[in-house]
Design a binder for this molecule. Structure first.
Ligand code: AP5
Length: 211
């Protein structure tokens, strides 16, 4: 399956991608994770994007397309992929369409995770992430077995730099202005499937039925 996961910050894109990955063997490609890894490694790319990400702004379409053009042609993408956090602007969606046409590939669907705003803020302020393997936790709905320690790799669990109240507010505005128009873009292409992002199990059941 070649699937785009679309939804505002905190909608559950990463959580659902990881669950689907275990289910059907597709690879999760998260542009946010790729950029955070570059920051942690102190690369040129990391230095270029650090300030924009901490403030909750998008990084440039050019940088993202450079990354994704390479990534989508790697071997592990042959089995299918779940795009988490990409595309995020109309120019990125147009560029992805052109790239897939060039590669002779098509998307299977765009899964929109629909979530009320008050739930978003609650989920983001209670989310914790492993600083090594990226496993996602929530101190309310999915706590680790041992407080502060990742169940998967034993590393520290932390809050992300873009989880301040100010950055969250900005990320929501940026989503409404720059990413929400993708809902109509993909609806017009006949690819959009909307699922309410309620508790994890019902969300997974709804997705599996629709896919
Ligand atoms: P990115 O990392 O993509 O962040 P985001 O889109 O803001 O999404 P999040 O990772 O915050 O949320 P999520 O939807 O994955 O939710 P999660 O599963 O964690 O991007 C970060 C930054 O990178 C951007 O701001 C930008 O600067 C840059 N960037 C990235 N891609 C870019 C691009 N293409 N173009 C330009 N810039 C780009 O879940 C959240 C919490 O809720 C967790 O605690 C989880 O346990 C819990 N939860 C999830 N689902 C459920 C559920 N169903 N029930 C109960 N709890 C749930």
């Amino acid at each position: 399956m070649k699937v785009i996961l679309l939804g505002p910050p905190g909608a559950g894109k990463g959580t659902i991608a990881k669950a689907l990955m275990q289910h059907d063997g597709s690879v999760q490609i998260s542009t946010g994770d790729i950029l955070r890894a570059a920051i942690a490694a102190g690369t040129t790319l990391g230095k270029q994007v650090e300030a924009a990400m901490a403030a909750g702004n998008l990084v440039t379409d050019e940088l993202i397309m450079d990354i994704m053009e390479q990534r989508l042609q790697e071997e592990d993408c042959q089995q299918g992929y779940l795009l988490d956090g990409f595309p995020r602007t109309i120019p990125q969606a147009e560029a992805l369409k052109a790239l897939l046409a060039k590669l002779g590939e098509t998307l299977d669907c765009v899964l929109e995770l629909d979530i009320p705003r008050d739930v978003i803020v609650d989920r983001l302020t209670t989310r914790r992430t492993c600083n090594n393997c990226g496993e996602i936790y929530n101190i309310k709905s999915k706590p680790p077995r041992v407080e502060g320690v990742c169940d998967v790799c034993g590393s520290d669990i932390v809050q992300r730099d873009d989880e301040t109240e100010e950055a969250i507010e900005n990320r929501l505005q940026v989503y409404n202005q720059q990413t929400a128009p993708l809902v109509d873009f993909y609806r017009n292409d006949g690819l959009l499937v909307s699922v309410p992002s309620s508790d994890i199990e019902p969300v997974m059941q709804a997705i599996q039925q629709r896919l």
